[in-house]
Design a protein around this ligand. Structure first.
Ligand code: HAM
Length: 421
């Protein structure tokens, strides 16, 4: 790279056309699933008041402590590029009185989110999420619906070997008992844990189970399990959800150590892990957050949702070798000789596009050979030649590129010819 030329910032990338075919496939699958389940689109601002995420996601989470892109705007307000959607969705729910809507409010969003993380394969500082939320009901059948949407999306995309991990992390009734047990256990290992965990011990014990440091992994593995401390309500809720999943023949793994990295979760949490994309294998994460509305100053409003990381889904699709998606190619590409032929190509291209046929032509003054080369590079199905003879006879020589055959087709029949092929 020549000196002085800019490159995209670290951890942030361009998504080039060759990758866009995968994005389009995912967008189609998303549209199908949200329509089937009756979820409507909500677009949120890319930045919000910093306080929303501090309070919503939690002061002692990695996201808030280390990963937010925060800036003062010209009016000296603290703003943050959204590091996730859920807090913003709840803010919008409160702001627009969506509690008056039929319950639950079923909403989805897609778009970029920003986290200042250490970049590596599958981990970016700007990435895209497909985010789904259902707000207003605490029914385990809704947990099942939300999880079903995730299963459905991945089925739709033909994913294999996915692992659904589920857990219940309790509620304000049962969590204090668990915290007490956890803190007692960790006090017995105080010298073995990392400095971050030593400070988490008093501030936010549940985050201890989320520590990624190598030295803390054996301590996490031996820690008390929250599922042993669940209150009756949480326990029944979890058992009912599991019975729905069992009934539907959905496989999952109970993972009592999975607590998720955001503070708002209550009861059900889940993740979807994929194979073949390296260490960053979570393609989806979500759960219930029945206290979030009150944390943000709203009235009591249970909710559940998930976010799927689209970049990682793309990587998983690309790793499936049977699925080699091709970039879109034109049906017709005009190759012309002379100004009159070019003018005719401009006319015919308009007619073909009006008939719904993807048509292109070579621009600039180029030799026949150079134009044919471009037709080839663009993988056109048919090359339509307009030379002297064709202009005189008012036809185009239509070359079928795959079969290496050609036919003379009158201008007036071109659209029908190509459509019928
Ligand atoms: P999350 O687990 O932080 O949850 O993120 C969800 C998904 O976003 C992850 O499973 C992963 O696929 C993707 N992701 C996260 N960080 C990165 C990264 N640095 N690079 C690429 N992909 C990444 C949430 O964001 C919650 N708001 C989900 C939720 C919605 N819970 C309830 N409703």
């Amino acid at each position: 790279m020549a000196k002085g030329l800019f490159q995209s910032p670290k951890g942030v990338r361009d998504i080039l056309p060759e990758e866009q075919v995968y994005w389009r496939r995912i967008e189609d699958a998303i549209r199908k699933v949200v329509d089937l389940y009756g979820y409507e689109k909500l677009d949120l601002p890319v930045f919000e008041d910093t306080g929303l995420f501090k309070r919503g996601v939690g002061e002692s989470t990695d996201i808030v402590e280390k990963e937010m892109y925060t800036f003062q705007d010209k009016g000296d307000n603290a703003m943050t590029l959204r590091p996730e959607f859920t807090a913003g969705v709840m803010r919008a729910h409160i702001q627009h009185n969506m509690d008056q809507w039929p319950k639950p409010a079923k909403l989805y969003s897609t778009g970029p989110v920003f986290r200042y993380e250490r970049p590596q394969a599958g981990r970016f500082r700007q990435f895209s999420q497909f985010n789904v939320e259902a707000l207003g009901e605490q029914d385990p059948a809704l947990d099942f619906e939300i999880m079903s949407m995730a299963y459905h999306l991945y089925d739709e995309l033909g994913f294999k070997n996915l692992s659904f991990q589920i857990n219940s992390i309790g509620c304000p009734v049962c969590r204090p008992t668990f915290h007490k047990e956890l803190v007692e256990y960790y006090r017995g290992h105080i010298d073995e844990i990392c400095p971050d965990c030593q400070s988490r011990l008093d501030r936010n014990p549940l985050r201890l189970l989320d520590c990624k440091r190598e030295q803390c992994q054996p301590i996490i593995a031996g820690a008390p399990q929250i599922t042993d401390c669940l209150c009756e309500d949480c326990s029944t809720h979890f058992a009912t959800l599991r019975s729905y999943l069992d009934d539907a023949g959905r496989s999952y793994t109970l993972n009592p150590l999975m607590v998720r990295g955001l503070d708002y979760y209550t009861k059900t949490v889940f993740e979807v892990w994929a194979q073949g994309i390296g260490a960053q294998n979570a393609v989806c994460g979500g759960g219930r957050y029945d206290g979030l509305s009150e944390i943000l100053g709203g009235k009591s409003m249970p909710g559940i949702g998930f976010a799927a990381g689209i970049d990682r889904i793309v990587m998983t699709l690309q790793a499936q070798d049977h699925l080699k998606l091709q970039r879109p190619a034109p049906t017709a590409f005009f190759v012309v000789q002379g100004a009159a032929a070019k003018a005719q190509a401009v006319r015919l291209i308009t007619v073909l596009r009006a008939a719904g046929i993807t048509a292109m032509m070579a621009f600039g003054e180029r030799s026949f050979k150079a134009q044919f080369k471009e037709a080839d590079k663009r993988h056109t199905r048919f090359t339509l030649v307009l030379g002297e003879g064709e202009m005189e006879g008012q036809f185009a020589t239509v070359k079928n590129m795959a079969q290496s055959t050609q036919e003379n087709v009158p201008w007036s029949d071109l659209a029908t010819y190509l459509l019928d092929y």
